[in-house]
Design a protein around this ligand. Sequence first.
Ligand code: B1M
Length: 177
Amino acid sequence: ILEEGLMKGMSVVGKKFSKNEVFVPDVLMSAKAMNSAMPYLKSAFETGEAKHKGVFIIGTVQGDLHDIGKNLVRMMMEGVGWKVIDLGVDTPPEKFLQAVKENPKAVVGMSALLTTTMVNMEKAVKVLKSEYPDIIIVVGGAPLTQEFSDKIGADRYCPDPQACIEYLDERLSLSGN
Ligand code: B1M
């Protein structure tokens, strides 16, 4: 149900959103439809019949209260099979670090919408990478670029949720799972 139905559907929506063929409300509706099915599948996850792709920790960085984009990424990631831990908005580096300590194999996603909070993203990336050099960190948000992501030592800038999904599928060889 998850792999051949729901995830395939979300993938179609994600690709269309990337190409501006559908818009934020369409993605929200699809993600809500997807999420409404998840409780029925919970027992399969608990017995190990269905597996998550991994744990994805996401938060909007310290000082930043914008969460619409971050929530979209969360829903899309859940939609394609990641277990998501959402740290919310205004997330200090220590909170990211604590979440990684509790989930050492997790991938981390950070969102920033303000030029003034991009500097806090840099701080959070540095703290995580110094304690966990192999951790994968993806970043996104309207003012960001790949150049900025490279400069602060993150692994990849994702302009939209689909880019995030495709990058992690490829990097972790998850396609087709
Ligand atoms: Co704010 N705001 N805002 N705001 N706000 C912007 C961002 C701004 C560009 C407006 C403007 O001046 N034109 C401007 C930033 C300027 C700058 O820094 N260069 C701005 C400002 C200045 C401010 C305040 C400082 C205003 C004030 O108080 N004087 C203040 C700051 C508060 C704070 O955070 N401390 C503020 C407040 C607010 C509201 C609370 C009113 C509200 C936020 C509500 C909420 O999020 N719950 C708000 C909003 C709504 C906006 C705009 C209008 C819309 C942002 C949005 O949600 N876009 C925005 C102007 C604009 O963009 N037109 C603006 C839709 C969303 C789906 O897109 O978040 O980019 P986005 O996410 C995309 C991608 O970026 C990507 O995927 C999403 C889907 O494609 N993405 C990721 C995002 N995170 C990702 C993470 C990933 C991967 C992809 O991996 C982890």
